[in-house]
Design a protein around this ligand. Structure first.
Ligand SMILES: [Zn+2]
Length: 240
């Protein structure tokens, strides 16, 4: 039956279109997730920069505080030093000297701390610059990737429209009963394969959909092409 042979060939072509459509839809489904990932990465970078700024601000406040403490200590030393000339007794003089010494020690340790804080600040400024550059770079990269993904969506949709138009044309040329069977089998298959060719190995013929051997009488029926044959194992339509 040459008619059935033609119908099966048309089904195979239809299936090629359907598989392409399946792939396109899978790709289209993935893209929003990819866009979401870009946003997520962006948010992470922003958070990192915010956290960093907080610590940096804290450090700057700490240094300002130390600076003003240092100024206060210096003033105290000055005041005490001017009083040295006013004291009457040796004991008072020594007490004052001792106090000045203590303050000078305090001043010196404050100066050390300030130097450390300044060094730290320098490192932070460097790190801040790096983070800002990283954020800036990512912003550009993100915009570029977003455009690419949006273009991909448009292109995929365009291809899908074309394929759907082609599909309509095919479908109208296929026998209704055969098409219905194809649609039914296809719905049940995750890979979207409803019709497949048989392949041969040394032990016999195999269904290329489920890789199970096909009994000889079925192979004969397939070759005769007088009726539609489905795989006894997976239900797919079989063809030569
Ligand atoms: Zn099978």
């Amino acid at each position: 039956m040459s008619v059935l042979k033609e119908e099966l060939e048309k089904l195979l072509e239809l299936q090629t279109l359907d598989i392409k459509l399946l792939e396109i839809n899978a790709q289209l489904k993935q893209i929003p997730d990819q866009i979401k990932m870009l946003e997520k990465e962006d948010a992470l970078l922003k958070k990192e920069l915010e956290e960093f700024d907080k610590t940096f601000t804290h450090l700057k406040v700490e240094r300002r505080q130390k600076d003003s403490e240092l100024k206060a200590i210096e003033q105290q030393i000055e005041t005490l030093q001017s009083r040295l000339y006013e004291v009457k007794t040796n004991k008072e003089y020594q007490a004052l000297q001792k106090e000045i010494e203590n303050l000078k020690e305090k001043k010196s340790s404050h100066e050390d701390e300030i130097i450390l804080l300044m060094e730290k600040e320098e490192q932070f400024r460097e790190k801040e610059k790096q983070l800002q550059e990283k954020a800036e770079e990512y912003k550009k990269e993100k915009a570029k990737k977003q455009t690419e993904l949006e273009n991909a969506i448009n292109q995929l949709k365009e291809t899908r429209n074309l394929l759907e138009q082609q599909r309509q044309a095919y479908v109208s040329r296929i026998d209704g009963v055969i098409l219905e069977l194809y649609t039914r089998v296809r719905k049940a298959k995750k890979d979207g394969i409803a019709i497949c060719k048989i392949t041969k190995d040394s032990n016999g013929n195999i269904c290329s959909g489920c890789y199970v051997y096909i009994p000889g009488h079925l192979t004969e029926k397939i070759k005769r092409k007088s009726e539609i044959v489905q795989c006894e194992n997976c239900g797919r339509i079989l063809t030569e």
